[in-house]
Design a protein. Structure first.
Length: 209
């Protein structure tokens, strides 16, 4: 092999590695929100998902403050998100059509197409606006995406992958009468004359992208 060919091969290999590094990043591809007990275990009442389903209600995601652009939807066929994270703080609002006011609610966050949650948390249902608490969910029985069934909670609020460390800094799920907002229906964005559950998630992201 001549030196010119060797150099070309080395350059091509370096370019491929560079491109792979440039395009590799964490993407939020599924969210499940579900009613749970005080240990974070799914109780079989109330689930909202981000995959098309004819019988499980959708959870819709807004960027930042209420009234911002939806990042999934507007219909059931387009409910699965593909949300990349930037370095710094990333905050989102969640909306789900009303159901049973369970005492606790959990959330599973799935990255990069995985059906295993990378971050899991649960909290008491928020009944008034203001201070609230949440914790990592280590229950062996939490809700996965449609077709997957129950999955173990991730037992952590932090995920490190693809050069990023993503830490869940806030999670809440508020009863419909807390904010009195109507932005979604069961399977579509848009008002349906019923106040929604309103949730929030906020992440701190560090790394090289």
């Amino acid at each position: 092999m001549t030196n010119q060919i060797k150099c070309a091969v080395l350059f091509a290999g370096t370019l491929l590695l560079s491109l792979a590094g440039a395009t590799s990043q964490n993407v939020l591809t599924d969210v499940t929100v579900f009613g749970c007990d005080s240990s974070g275990s799914y109780v079989g009442v109330d689930v909202w998902v981000t995959r098309p389903s004819s019988y499980i209600a959708a959870v819709f995601i807004e960027s930042g403050a209420c009234g911002s652009q939806f990042l999934n939807g507007p219909d059931n066929a387009h409910v699965q998100p593909s949300i990349s994270f930037s370095i710094g703080t990333n905050s989102f609002k969640l909306f789900g059509d009303p159901g049973a006011n369970n005492s606790y609610f959990g959330i599973n966050l799935f990255f990069n197409g995985s059906t295993t949650p990378s971050i899991s948390a649960f909290c008491p249902m928020l009944t008034t606006s203001g201070p609230h608490t949440f914790t990592a969910n280590s229950s062996p029985n939490t809700s996965g995406p449609p077709g997957v069934g129950t999955v173990p909670g991730a037992a952590t609020l932090t995920s490190t992958s693809a050069g990023q460390t993503i830490t869940l800094k806030d999670f809440y799920w508020a009863a419909p009468n807390v904010y009195n907002l109507d932005e979604v229906g069961l399977f579509t964005t848009g008002a349906d004359e019923r106040f929604d559950y309103v949730g929030g998630i906020s992440f701190s992201v560090t790394g090289d992208r």
